[in-house]
Design a binder for this molecule. Structure first.
Ligand SMILES: [Zn+2]
Length: 410
């Protein structure tokens, strides 16, 4: 969605001001929550920080004054594993799409190579746990949009060989083989080739990600996939009526086949009030988009950061409502009630969307543990939501891959 692309991420310099006063500070986290949080493996399945890597002067190892993610802040917030998104807009296709995807995969791998003490590439659940044992953050990759394989399964296989462990079947626009939730349906879900893509992902051990896809694409993928699927960054449609969010029925069906919905923190997916305000006065977003283009041109990283800054300014000016991080907890709790505590996780959309107040960056993650404990969640359920559910799905996807290769039926 253009809106999500342009209006982006959390910027701390604003957040430390008057708007933060009602939100508990990190040092207000209870000893119990702190202990549990830092003893857990916290996994985030969707971060758009990759766009910043392409910018040249961004260093993942240094604490940045902007954006949400860098190694020092991930450590401070106890984030143990992060999926860096390999993303380009749906309109870029063919060889150009492949070139961009490979550049981004290389950029992630280069950041990992440059910071061997802090972060290590992981491609399996066991490698995530090993990274943890070494005191390092696990870096993983997900391709956000099936258009990046350019209708070629050999490209999918190459991405998998380079370490990509999930692929979102579409982004905001349709692929040539799958419908998106934010485009006009033309395929009635997955085409025959789209079904082959899902089968090949199963064989390769690449998780099928159904965030962004249409409801019919979701249903088709669920019927075809032999492995549990994830929604890497989606929230609950029952609370916020965005087509990108999942209905209760979808979450139940995903859970019935062992999958996980990873709650997205973007305010436009969390809050109906925010969504309604954007819709009521389209001039607000149009003005933000105009200013972003003026400031950034084609620079995606710049667009993400400036878009968020300008959106926060609009909130401060009272043009858009102020949404707090408690809304994330509301979505987690709803998803748990619908799908069960074994089927919910975290997919922030950090550095790619508008974060709610109180969840400006990775340092704020212990607030989620604190809030869930306060709601009466057991420590075991909190651990699952923080990351164990995702690791379970990864292990299961790996097992299915091994079985399919052993049977050699594909
Ligand atoms: Zn997305």
């Amino acid at each position: 969605m253009l809106r999500t692309i342009i209006a982006a991420v959390a910027v701390l310099c604003v957040a430390d001001g008057v708007f933060m006063s009602a939100t508990p500070k990190a040092d207000e986290i209870s000893a119990r929550a702190r202990k549990l949080h830092f003893a857990s493996i916290v996994v985030d399945t969707h971060d758009d920080t990759t766009q910043r890597f392409l910018d040249g002067d961004f260093d993942l190892g240094a604490r940045s004054a902007s954006g949400s993610i860098d190694i020092p802040r991930m450590k401070e917030g106890g984030l143990g594993a992060i999926f860096f998104s390999i993303w380009i807009p749906s309109k870029i296709t063919g060889p150009e799409a492949i070139k961009h995807a490979l550049d981004q995969i290389d950029a992630v791998r280069e950041q990992v190579r440059k910071h061997p003490k802090g972060i290590v590439l992981a491609t399996t659940a066991v490698e995530v746990r090993d990274a943890r044992k070494q005191g390092k953050i696990a870096a993983l990759m997900g391709v956000e949009g099936g258009h990046m394989i350019a209708n070629d399964l050999s490209v999918l296989r190459s991405y998998a060989a380079l370490g990509v462990r999930y692929m979102t079947l579409t982004h905001s626009g349709n692929d040539e083989w799958a419908d998106s939730s934010t485009d006009t349906a033309v395929h009635n879900g997955l085409t025959d080739f789209g079904k082959d893509v899902v089968r090949e992902m199963n064989r390769l051990g690449v998780m099928v990600d159904i965030s962004h896809v249409s409801d019919k694409t979701f249903a088709d993928a669920l019927a075809i996939s032999k492995a549990p699927m994830i929604a890497s960054h989606s929230s609950c449609r029952a609370i916020c009526d965005a087509p990108r969010n999942m209905t209760d029925e979808m979450m139940k069906a995903l859970a019935a086949k062992g999958g996980v919905v990873q709650i997205n923190y973007h305010v436009g997916f969390l809050s109906q009030e925010f969504r309604d305000a954007e819709k009521a006065d389209p001039k607000i977003n149009a003005a933000i988009e105009h200013e972003v283009t003026k400031r950034c041109g084609d620079n995606e990283a710049c667009q993400l950061l400036e878009g968020d800054k300008l959106t926060r300014e609009a909130v401060e000016q009272g043009k858009l409502p102020r949404i707090g991080y408690e809304k994330i907890i509301e979505h987690i709790d709803h998803a748990v009630k619908v799908a069960g505590a074994d089927h919910v996780g975290l997919g922030s959309d950090f550095d790619g969307a508008n974060m709610p107040y109180g969840m400006e960056d990775a340092t704020k993650l212990p607030l989620i543990t604190e809030a869930l404990l306060k709601k009466g969640y057991s420590e075991s359920d909190v651990r699952k939501i923080l990351g164990e559910n995702t690791l379970r799905v990864m292990s299961e996807v790996e097992r299915v891959s091994r079985d399919l290769n052993a049977n050699n039926k594909n």
